[in-house]
Design a protein around this ligand. Structure first.
Ligand code: AMP
Length: 690
């Protein structure tokens, strides 16, 4: 793909220079008063060259955007979706009457219902299925917890300021936008320049503040709103800071993720689980990130719902008992190597990816498979869902492997779920800070004889030499791994002393033979103690829901063909309301029947809405299609009613007494609409779709 883009750029440069020469030739002919025929021929050739150039430009445009002319229609599509969502109160900009606040949104009634359905299904698909231990921890978190996790020091984005107005921007976003825009819209740049910009995009996450600043200056990037110069980039911590209690002495933050609440409870949860591994804990809750300049509507917000799972597992055994249930699934996977070599995501068998080691282990593979099933059952289009592996530069140093479930929307591919094997990092970090052992044990059936390394610093000797630094030297000696300790032992035996680097002092010290004893001793052990690894699927619920809105939305012509009607094709599982009940015309008898049916729908636990307005039935259908309501019951007699399915607009006729049972069965998914269509008389009504 890259090669063809390259060759098109080169062809374009060549064609431009041929056009210029031909233009010169035409001018020369005209200046020399050449024969009309010769001038006409030269002009014809020039026009042919221009046509060829425009064809290359079109091909290049298609190659860089992946879809010629797509950006305009994508924006129009997004606008239609957002207008419907806002118009029907799926969401509302928060504090709208005061002008709103960027990055904060309310869920209105249908939005709340969709969210609650998505979360109910999440609990069923993950928590119930795996017997997970659900917890619910506070959003306000003391500083020490987020210091231990690394958020206080490292949860930052690099920011630049408009030097005149003070408006803030994310530095990497400005550079990214500049590179993408140049690559996609400036067809005159050379293949070399395009390659350079692509390289910048590839290493964007790795750039330091200085490097980002240099690039911003080099490319002459200015503030997008004013074109004013920008400041140098500097880190901005994304957490909302607060203090706990009135004294102001106890700093805290609004949590940027829910995971830490689970880690700090590990010891109790492990005990609750009978001291057995593996087990998973789960939490659904609000997370807060003070995003620098939130764009992309509902996709990048400052407060959002996360649903997170922390699956604790023995680092020596990452198999999963139910792995075989997902191993045969096939879907789009985008491993690191394919990204680096410029290929696109390919349909891959999950089991093969795990057995070839592309996915690090079975448990990670199991969760990737379960996330695929979760998202597609919600209604995410499987052809616009891919699992992308993190590149080495995206992954934290401690992580064993990470994959993002990315969903394609009008904004491009969006990370909606992160699935990471974070090794033992988080538990170790909290163990170090709190001093509480966050470990698991494996009891041996018979005691095992093991050779153990024993390091005994001789504190008296060390104290004499290192005085106030003695504690740090002792800690460093005790923290040596087996190889370091045995190397030191042999050096001490041969040379009597050795140079030793103490990180916490930032210098080398001389250790003498009398200062430490290092030996290997045989011991009987009854159990093994270790820090569990954690595999973490982390779901951005708002992002999933927004992508679901886009994947479910379509337009269809009204019966008269004079109007485009909005429809959300939500599956019953997520539809905000499962069915509507309409008396066909305003009449007391029909209204009474509608009320009887409504009562039985309530008893069956089916969310529904009665619409007894005199509006035409076609308009009432259109109104509910726009909310994604899958079924409509229309009362057109006192003994039987029709049930209409939203997407096919097909209708069946059922007895009044059966209506709620049929609805229950099709909305619970116990039967399909096709079953209902096969089992009940069909109804056709001309008036139904006005
Ligand atoms: P992270 O901890 O950064 O991997 O984020 C976990 C998940 O939260 C991501 O996969 C996203 O779905 C979601 N997420 C992260 N940041 C935001 C945001 N600003 N707005 C909405 N969702 C977000």
């Amino acid at each position: 793909m890259a090669a063809s883009e390259d060759s098109l750029r080169r062809a374009l440069v060549e064609k431009q220079s041929t056009i210029e020469s031909q233009g010169n030739a035409v001018r020369a002919l005209k200046a020399s008063n050449a024969e009309k025929k010769a001038v006409d021929e030269a002009i014809e050739k020039l026009n042919a060259l221009k046509l060829e150039k425009s064809s290359i430009e079109k091909q290049l445009q298609a190659s860089v955007s992946g879809n010629p002319g797509s950006s305009v229609s994508k924006e129009a599509f997004r606008q239609a979706v957002v207008n419907t969502l806002v118009g029907r109160l799926f969401f509302i900009p928060s504090f709208k009457i005061y002008g709103g606040v960027a990055g904060l949104y309310d869920y209105g009634p249908p939005g709340c219902a969709v969210k609650s359905n998505v979360l109910a299904f999440w609990r069923q698909h993950f928590v119930l299925e795996e017997n997970m231990l659900e917890v619910d921890c506070p959003c306000v978190t003391p500083e020490v917890v987020l210091k231990a996790s690394g958020h206080v020091d490292k949860f930052t984005d690099l920011m630049v300021k408009d030097e005149k107005t003070g408006t803030c921007y994310r530095a990497d976003h400005l550079l990214k936008d500049f590179c993408n825009e140049k690559i996609q819209k400036d067809l005159s740049i050379t293949a070399e320049k395009a390659a350079e910009l692509k390289h910048v995009l590839a290493v964007l996450d790795d750039l330091s503040a200085e490097e980002l600043g240099t690039k911003i200056k080099e490319y002459g990037i200015t503030a997008p709103d004013t074109r004013n110069p920008l400041s140098d980039p500097y880190p901005f911590n994304l957490m909302f800071q607060t203090s706990i209690g009135p004294s102001g002495l106890s700093p805290g933050y609004m949590r940027p993720e829910t995971a830490q609440g689970i880690f700090v409870n590990f010891k109790d949860l492990y005990y609750y689980n009978g001291n057995k591994l593996p087990f998973a804990a789960a939490q659904i809750g609000q997370a807060f990130r003070n995003e620098i300049s939130p764009r992309q509507g509902l996709l990048r917000v400052r407060e959002f719902t996360l649903a997170e799972i922390e699956h604790f597992v023995d680092p020596d055994d990452k198999s999963h008992p139910k792995y075989s249930e997902v191993a045969d699934l096939e879907f789009l996977m985008f491993p690191r190597e394919q990204q680096i070599s410029g290929q696109s995501a390919k349909k891959t068998c999950l089991g093969e990816a795990v057995s070839k080691g592309i996915v690090n282990n079975e448990t990670l593979g199991y969760f990737i498979g379960r996330v695929y099933l979760f998202l597609t059952r919600l209604g995410i289009d499987k052809d616009r869902l891919r699992f992308r592996q993190h590149l080495a530069n995206e992954m934290a140093h401690y992580a064993a492997d990470c994959w993002d479930a990315e969903i394609e929307s009008s904004y491009g591919w969006i990370e909606c779920v992160g699935i990471a094997d974070r090794s033992a990092y988080d538990l170790r970090a909290h163990m170090d800070k709190s001093g509480v052992p966050l470990v698991a044990h494996e009891k041996f059936s018979e005691p095992k004889e093991v050779e153990k390394l024993v390091i005994v610093p001789v504190k008296k000797e060390l104290g004499l030499s290192f005085k106030g630094n003695q504690k740090k030297v002792v800690e460093a000696l005790e923290a040596m791994n087996e190889k370091e300790a045995l190397d030191m032992k042999s050096s001490l035996e041969t040379k009597g002393e050795v140079e030793f680097h103490v990180c916490t002092l930032g210098e080398n010290v001389t250790i003498k033979k009398s200062m430490v004893s290092i030996s290997k001793e045989k011991k009987k052990e009854h159990q093994r103690t270790f820090t569990p690894s954690v595999i973490e699927p982390s779901f951005g619920i708002g992002r999933i829901i927004y992508c679901l809105y886009e994947h479910s939305f379509y337009l269809r012509s009204s019966k008269a063909g004079d109007e485009q009607l909005n429809v959300f094709r939500f599956p019953s599982l997520v539809a905000p309301i499962k069915c509507t009940v309409f008396p066909l015309v305003q009449n007391q008898q029909y209204e009474d029947v509608a009320k009887i049916i409504s009562k039985s729908l309530t008893a069956a636990g089916i969310s529904h809405k009665i619409d007894i307005t005199g509006t035409s039935i076609g308009k009432r259908y259109a109104r509910t299609d726009e909310l994604g309501v899958p079924f409509a019951i229309t009362v057109d007699s006192t003994s039987s009613v029709t049930i209409r399915e939203r997407d096919s607009k097909d209708q069946i006729r059922v007895n009044v007494e059966e209506a709620a049972t049929v609805m229950k069965s099709v909305t619970d998914g116990n039967t399909t609409w096709a079953d209902a269509w096969a089992n009940f008389p069909h109804h056709s009504s001309v008036s139904a779709e006005e």
